[in-house]
Design a protein around this ligand. Structure first.
Ligand SMILES: Cc1cc2nc3c(=O)[nH]c(=O)nc-3n(C[C@H](O)[C@H](O)[C@H](O)COP(=O)(O)OP(=O)(O)OC[C@H]3O[C@@H](n4cnc5c(N)ncnc54)[C@H](O)[C@@H]3O)c2cc1C
Ligand code: SF4
Length: 551
């Protein structure tokens, strides 16, 4: 924790209180503190440092060391609103200072121009809230560039023929190609497709005073011990703290946004590490708690004035939840590939990004080759479905396959369906006595169709790469997700959206919301680069409004 951090009193009316320090919250904290505002960031998770991170698979993957703890904060799930929800983990996100950016994989694709205007191009899709965004790619482009330079993204401008236009090259070159990348390039060439260097939120070289990656191989699910992964913790949060105006307050779990009689936010009530309730006063509130916890907090903030939850006059808080879908396959090769080294992904294929009406359904996506299973998880899940599960043959197969396997992951669209939602479960409480997060989700039929289509393309690529044997995992309806999108969607019309194009809640003039919940459509996976571009833009707009006295 930086010594330059101020220590505000809860009774101090700071300019902004920000809920959540993840992908969006970290960026907004940096931007608003740099603009001269006094900021308190309340983060429910702990403040860990690089020396706290470890290559401990049990702790990270199985004991939720960096992610939401489902015993303390249970979820419930059902696929239809008419069903009784059952207790099960349904959402996964980073629960530390830095949020999901601490342990994520770091794939940082920009959205394409089409992602913002698909409804106009393709028309309505029955049974969905498919809509255009109130902003365009052109408006967001300068902020994508800020993400790449200030947060730190490796990549090669112009290498991917499907990339949208950009105003500036990446700050550092792509990460070195892995065996899986060489295989994907080879396969794509054979099939007339295009493999390109993957843009990654991981520094290939030192940048902004931070280290380049040393390819330790414990990347997805782990915090980076040398700060090369571009979490908000390693990048923008430090800058926010160095401003001397931003206090990051960890172990602070916000349970309610408090409003006055006029319907303006006056601050937030949170539990501190001793479960004592504290009101932090602020002139305005910015909620960046992610696509699951943001709507939960708004719904928990109901009052006499806002009986269906705060900012919810449209009834859309929590609705249009989108997960992104996908397909997953494996291939084993003759020679050792030693994919367990380094980062997870080095090449991607975007030939199937756009919706093609000839396919007869909506959707598109991207494909990568990867390896992201550490030894214990590989032993449980890494072998083909018909592999032995015990004894000498199992051991021999693990030994052979661990160094020779590559996985294909296809990342695809999800349509916004109103019944797919986050709501409060009044039957199940968390360890603080708050209602559990209830997920209702059933993939739209087109989401399943595009996932199957992309799985087939991925298997073509694994075969063209020369895999000795390939296998796939069935595409089914999802009941757990880490991409949490769309639950407080942006829009110009308050009847059909929760926030406006400046991320201001339509119903509460000094409440702003920015994170995965702001999305109108899902994109093709890898939402976080766009979440952060939105956050840079939102901070610009909030600064302009505050300086003009319009908040
Ligand atoms: C294993 C894994 C791999 C991933 N890989 C990729 C990838 O390669 N590319 C990609 O684009 N995305 C990836 N993601 C998804 C990515 O992590 C999320 O899209 C991103 O972090 C969401 O950003 P956000 O700002 O919406 O919320 P978050 O980053 O989740 O931040 C929200 C923060 O708010 C805090 N919070 C929530 N509620 C409260 C409360 N009531 N009080 C106080 N604090 C609160 C949370 O603890 C958290 O720190 C991955 C996720 C996982 C789990
Ligand atoms: S692979 Fe690189 S970025 Fe990932 S955790 Fe290791 S050193 Fe950090």
């Amino acid at each position: 924790m930086n010594q330059q951090q101020p220590k505000y009193q809860p009774s101090d009316e700071v300019d902004f209180v920000i809920v959540g320090s993840g992908a969006a919250g970290g960026v907004i904290a940096k931007e608003l503190s740099a603009a001269g505002f006094r900021i308190v960031v309340l983060e429910q998770g702990p403040y860990l440092k690089e020396e706290d991170f470890a290559h401990d698979e049990l702790k990270n993957v199985y004991q939720e060391a960096l992610t939401n703890n489902h015993r303390q904060q249970p979820n419930t799930f059902r696929s239809r609103p008419s069903q009784k929800a059952r207790l099960q983990p349904a959402v996964g996100y980073g629960r530390v200072v830095g949020g999901g950016t601490v342990h994520f994989t770091g794939n940082y694709w920009r959205f394409h121009e089409i992602d913002f205007i698909e409804r106009s191009r393709l028309g309505a899709i029955a049974g969905t809230g498919f809509a255009d965004w109130p902003i365009t790619y052109q408006e967001l482009e300068p902020y994508y560039t800020k993400v790449e330079w200030e947060v730190g993204v490796s990549g090669q401008a112009g290498a991917n023929p499907f990339d949208p236009p950009r105003s500036r090259a990446y700050p550092v070159p792509p990460l070195p190609i892995k065996s899986s990348g060489v295989l994907l390039e080879r396969a794509a060439r054979k099939l007339g497709l295009h493999a390109a260097p993957a843009p990654m939120a991981i520094l290939s070289k030192p940048h902004n005073g931070r280290n380049g990656c040393v390819h330790c191989g414990f990347c997805e699910y782990y915090g980076c011990e040398i700060g090369a992964k571009s979490s908000t913790l390693a990048s923008v949060i430090r800058v926010a703290e160095a401003s001397g105006r931003c206090e990051i307050r960890p172990l602070s779990y916000v349970r309610k946004i408090e409003v006055d009689k006029k319907g303006r936010a006056v601050g937030v009530i949170y539990f501190d590490d001793k479960k004592q309730e504290i009101l932090q006063r602020a002139r305005a509130v910015v909620v960046c708690a992610n696509g699951a916890e943001t709507p939960r907090l708004l719904l928990m903030s109901k009052s006499n004035r806002f009986p269906q939850g705060l900012a919810n006059s449209s009834g859309l808080v929590g609705r249009y939840l989108m997960f992104n879908a996908g397909g997953f396959a494996g291939g084993v090769f003759e020679q050792p590939l030693n994919e367990f080294k380094s980062v997870v992904v080095s090449r991607i294929v975007h030939d199937f990004y756009d919706t093609d009406p000839k396919r007869g359904f909506y959707g598109g996506g991207g494909i990568d080759f990867r390896f992201d299973l550490q030894p214990i998880t590989f032993a449980f899940l890494g072998l083909p479905p018909n592999a032995p599960q015990w004894g000498r043959d199992y051991k021999a197969m693990l030994k052979e396959y661990y160094t020779r396997t590559v996985y294909m992951l296809a990342h695809t669209t999800s349509l916004p369906v109103a019944t797919n939602s986050i709501t409060l479960d009044d039957q199940v409480k968390d360890a603080w006595g708050l209602p559990a997060l209830r997920v209702t989700y059933k993939d739209h039929p087109d989401d399943i169709k595009i996932a199957k289509f992309m799985l087939a393309r991925g298997l073509d690529l694994l075969n063209a790469a020369g895999a000795r044997k390939t296998w796939s995992y069935p595409v089914g309806e999802q009941s757990f997700a880490v991409h949490l999108l769309g639950t407080c969607r942006m829009g110009n019309d308050p009847r059909y959206s929760v926030i406006n194009r400046d991320h201001r809640a339509h119903d509460v003039p000094n409440l702003f919301i920015c994170d995965g919940s702001s999305f109108v459509t899902s994109g093709r996976g890898q939402p976080t680069c766009t979440i952060q571009a939105l956050a840079f833009r939102a901070a610009d707009r909030i600064t302009q409004l505050a300086r003009a006295g319009e908040i």
